[in-house]
Design a protein around this ligand. Structure first.
Ligand code: G6P
Length: 610
């Protein structure tokens, strides 16, 4: 989950590489570096611990320039964040490599390279790659051959960019298990971990496939598949524009993305509902035949996407009348789940590149666990989208803040569309609920807009948290996963320890923690579980706990509670609406604490390692 950029051009590529790194910083940001072949044909490198801005500042005092180069922003796996562990890694000042992924056999390679007198200057798994490429070059291979031979020596996952002073106009890239795209310019070519990095210089992209190696110069790109055959991969035009990933007037991407939710939800619905009904063809022309066979749902995902799946379980079972199980991908992939007929495996992922989620998909395929697979994803060109039978795209637009917001709410909207599509063949066929769900979905952008308008009141509420060390989130029914998502947001960006519990579980343990130092946050919509929830809140008050409640319109709470009212909302779409104030609460607490909201410590947005 590091970020890679590379370029071969007829102009100085350093500014392009640095801008690319800035746009990839969501993938990792503990150190950054750049290497170029300068005008004299000498390999020059600068790398530093810390963020890309630090590297950019350091570059101001240096004459680092060149027409061919690679750059990297790191999320540490092997070896702590430090200058020595930062990429690019270099061997004998003749080859430089940037790498995203994990090399599993690096210890064995390291041993044999030590025996060949290589010096190791880092603790990374990556360094073995550069020594390996060097040795093949030394044996007389050209850069393409050297990278190809190296790739076949490597076990694990990698996206690579490699340059050498021996062939100063050439860049070789390889992809196996980690994403990599080629940007096609006029008389110049680029590589990057994702299209966002290159939008300022091109909107035309080639998406490398698993096992591909690309030989890139200014004039041409030649791609070879895993078997070494020359292959043609299509050039696609991206619909994204460079400023679609800019922060605008907002202080943080996260705040911008929270505010974008009304539009993102409306976009996700566009063209998919009409005349009070779901337009099933919008799920793809093959969807109908597949859905006819579906008897049960398994949802697999990580992080926030997993929470979306947990909400959807209530919907699939309660609305569609279809059994549904939900599991985190890192567990699912190592379990031995029993295949069942008519099982639809739904993979949820904002990025579509999460290593565990992709592995779960591949494992399920291998074992025949599910008859059909469907991705709910936000990145059209991602691996997940390319590997599943059916795809339902969320249309949230690029999400940059590491803490996911608009991706989550649009995932929920997409899931609800899927619930309708599946449910039509089951309970929903008789309940007549489809029109009311569609009507509720149509109201959602406006309701979310009004929830976002609570921003300044939530900012005041956040003032009560900044000094706290722990927080407890409570919810019931589909609002329990919403509480989990609220707790995750708070811990990710404010570093306050937060836990979520089903409110009914309070008395089985967490109640022991409740005192005046433990803020208890809850969502209390006007639903069938409200009275039960209220009893649970009494248990908190009786122990001196301070309650922060996001409540349905007109719901009466005690005087001592901090209460904010939300719009009246349909019970089905309620979990989507109640997510929004919890996002804002976490955001404002983090701002008050002065943490790095968009790039919280130790985390990364796209987790492409296991
Ligand atoms: C990381 C991100 C989370 C995200 C999770 C799953 O942990 O920081 O925000 O929910 O990965 O990512 P995905 O792209 O698969 O939804």
């Amino acid at each position: 989950m590091c970020g890679i950029v590379g370029a071969v051009a007829e102009r100085d590529v350093v500014p392009i590489l640095i801008e690319g790194l800035r746009r990839l910083e969501y993938r990792g940001y503990d150190s950054a570096g750049v290497a170029v072949i300068d005008e004299e044909g000498v390999l020059q490198r600068l790398r530093l611990p810390g963020k890309v801005d630090g590297l950019a500042d350091a570059l101001k005092g240096q004459e680092l320039a060149g027409y061919t180069g690679i750059a990297h922003t790191r999320w540490a796996t092997h070896g702590r964040p430090s200058g020595n562990n930062a990429h690019p890694h270099v061997c004998r000042n003749t080859v430089a490599v940037v790498h995203n992924g994990i090399i599993e056999n690096h210890e064995a390679l390291r041993r044999s390279q030590l025996a060949r007198d290589h010096l190791f200057t880092s603790e990374t798994d990556t360094e073995v790659i550069v020594h390996q490429v060097h040795d093949y070059l030394h044996e007389g291979c050209d850069l393409l051959e050297a990278v190809r031979s190296t790739a076949s020596d490597l076990e694990g996952a990698f996206a690579l960019g490699v340059v050498t002073d021996r062939e100063p106009d050439r860049l070789v890239a390889a992809r196996q298990g980690s994403p990599l795209v080629i940007g096609v310019g006029i008389g110049e070519h680029f590589i990057a971990s994702d299209v966002a990095a290159l939008l300022p210089v091109t909107r035309r992209f080639i998406f490398l496939e698993e096992g591909d190696i690309a030989d890139i110069t200014r004039e041409r790109v030649v791609i070879y598949d895993a078997e070494g055959n020359k292959v043609t991969r299509p050039v696609r035009d991206s619909e994204l524009s460079a400023d679609s990933v800019e922060r605008g007037e907002f202080r943080h991407y996260m705040l911008k993305e929270i505010h974008e939710q009304p539009r993102a939800i409306a976009d996700t619905l566009e063209g998919r509902i009409s005349a009070g009904r779901l337009l099933e063809a919008s799920l793809g022309h093959e969807a109908g035949a597949v859905l006819d066979q579906v008897r049960r749902i398994t949802i697999v995902a990580c992080g926030t996407s997993y929470h979306a799946g947990m909400v959807a379980r209530y919907w699939f079972e309660g609305i569609a009348g279809v059994p549904c199980s939900v599991e985190v991908a890192s567990e699912f992939r190592y379990r031995e789940p029993i295949p069942e007929d008519g099982n639809l495996l739904v993979l949820m992922s904002q990025s579509g590149e999460t290593a565990d989620t992709l592995a779960a998909l591949r494992e399920a395929r291998r074992t025949g666990f599910a008859d059909y697979t469907l991705a709910i994803c936000n990145v059209p060109e991602s691996s997940l989208v390319r590997e599943t039978d059916l795809v339902l795209m969320t249309r949230a637009g690029p999400e940059i803040g590491v803490a996911s917001t608009k991706a989550f709410t649009t995932q929920l909207v997409s899931l609800l569309l899927l619930v309708i599509a599946v449910g039509r063949r089951h309970r929903l066929a008789h309940s007549g609920q489809e029109e009311s769900i569609v009507a509720a979905l149509k109201q959602l952008p406006g309701q979310v807009e009004r929830a976002v308008e609570l921003n300044s009141q939530i900012e005041v509420m956040a003032g009560h948290f900044a000094e706290k060390r722990h927080a407890l989130f409570l919810g019931r029914g589909p609002h329990f996963p919403v509480a989990m998502e609220g707790a995750l947001k708070l811990k990710e960006i404010s570093y306050i320890h937060a836990e979520a519990y089903p409110a009914g579980e309070l008395k089985h343990g967490p109640l022991a923690l409740v005192d005046s130092e433990m803020p208890v946050i809850t969502v209390a919509p006007n639903d069938s579980l409200l009275e039960k929830l209220k009893s649970n809140l009494q248990e908190v008050r009786a122990r001196g706990g301070e309650l922060f409640v996001f409540a349905g319109k007109g719901i009466h709470m005690d005087n001592g509670d901090h209460v904010l009212e939300l719009d009246a909302v349909d019970a089905v779409t309620s979990p989507i609406l109640y997510t929004v104030p919890l996002q804002l609460l976490a955001y404002h607490v983090a701002v008050l604490k002065g943490t790095d909201v968009d790039q919280p410590r130790n985390l990364a947005k796209s987790v492409t390692v296991e």
